[in-house]
Design a protein around this ligand. Sequence first.
Ligand code: ZN
Length: 569
Amino acid sequence: MTIRLQFLGAATTVTGSQYLLTTERARILVDCGMFQGSPNESIRNRIPLAYDPKAIDAILLTHAHLDHCGLIPHVVAEGFAGPIWATNGTVELAALVLLDSGKLQEEFAKRDARWERRHPDKAEAEDREEEAKLEAAIELADQGEDITIPDGPAGPYVVPPTGSAVSGEHVATSVEPASAPAAPAPAADPAPAAAQAPAADPEHALRTQPPHLDIDLDEALYDEADARASLAAFRGIHYDTEFDVAPGIRATFVDAGHILGSAIIRLSVTDAEGDTPVRIVFSGDLGRTDTPILRDPTIVTDADYVLVESTYGGREHEPEQEAIRILSETVRLVADHDGVLLVPSFAIGRTQEVVWELDRLLEQGKIPPLPLYLDSPMASKASDVYRRHPDYYDEETRHLLETEASPLDYPHQIVVNDMQQSQAIARAPRPYMIVASNGMLTGGRVVGHLRNLIGDPRAVLLFVGYQGEGTLGAHLQAGATTVKLDGQPHDVRCQVRSISGFSAHADESELLDWLGHFAAGKRPGDPGFPRRVFLVHGDPDAQAALEPKVQALGFDTVIPHWHQVAELD
Ligand SMILES: [Zn+2]
């Protein structure tokens, strides 16, 4: 039996999760996410689909974040007509995410058209630049497809470096020294040569971005109507219930503890009657143990192949108590100086947890009662979904529900509904706090607030989530002193702080703990001991740091490149 697994996204990067699994009898996708972050990355959404969407039997969705579900409306519009399986929580959240995404793309496309009418010369140059980026992305995908990862004997498989064929075509961008990317992995874990990313590496060139934010000026990939049409294909399922996906493929979703409804997906795949099933586990985004609201990620003990996320390879989150201490200290600092606290936050997951922690801190008298502007319509709607689903909460939260009416609400919160209200926040009496999406400063209302506050020494910009390589957020986090917002230069005078302890992602020890359960009590070659672990959903430094530690658990590892195919037997 040969199963082909193609890595169509989240390969040496953290966005665009999408895996195509093909047997002689069936074809399915696990996740169908959008590339987000720098413009060089989002151009990858535009390359032609690597498959005929009409020939795909089903899509399985791990969770509702845009980088896991964002391409669904596009794939449906191109002809996919099968079911999309997800937990009921994910179905509700994905509806919000996809409708919002369709609407945003329409808005950007309109803004783009207006801009092009006003600046025809610049528009032409920009179009040429975009086209060159698209060509570079297509070439990079082709290179990935050229190298199949064989299902070989144990021993680390070294992915040949992708060629320099396109290096001449792509103009490498330079980054000012003050805004160099975050510190590399500790010296104890030297990155392999392939991950060192020399300037000539097209992968590296495609990812390196100066700290400039230009709203993506492309035509809409899909609109709100496409998004709405795709919702009809969703089918809600429960955790821990095995079901048939396609001929020879059965799936079980178990709780990943990342956001509401998030799942680890276990597949059991047979190519013909009587075959022994091959078990493949997709970690999806793995949550953390002992975080508020949601349950811990499910422990899985047996698989033939594992795909594991690696967002925080090489890094540890500070303990929860330390994260809470930094949050309360920052709120008090802002209160004492009549300042403003701006928290860029992912609408789903992060926002609910930050509000939860602020509510706890206020209740314990550790912070003064500052007003909190929740400036993300999607976050408010997502909070409604969270409130409707106590069935997904952990014990602690269910217990709190019995004693407190609304643990998901901060009493001094002001939900901001429209753009006018959002702009009016700047005139509100200080001090106050704003939580606005999106979390990596790649767009959304947070950008308007950042424009107002970036030059203000009494403002604090507080990151509570992962900042993808090349994003404005990552540059600010790394200490950029000057940034450009929509072409306008700004000096960074506000304070920039980060808390990693509120991350929705497992840190390195938690990833290794989770993987360790596959090896516990077994030896390589034993049934249920994974024959190979694929590291996905991580930036190159993180993956390079994590890989030797995964190998130390006894696993054979692969870091697949974008569009590579692995053969699984
Ligand atoms: Zn996620």
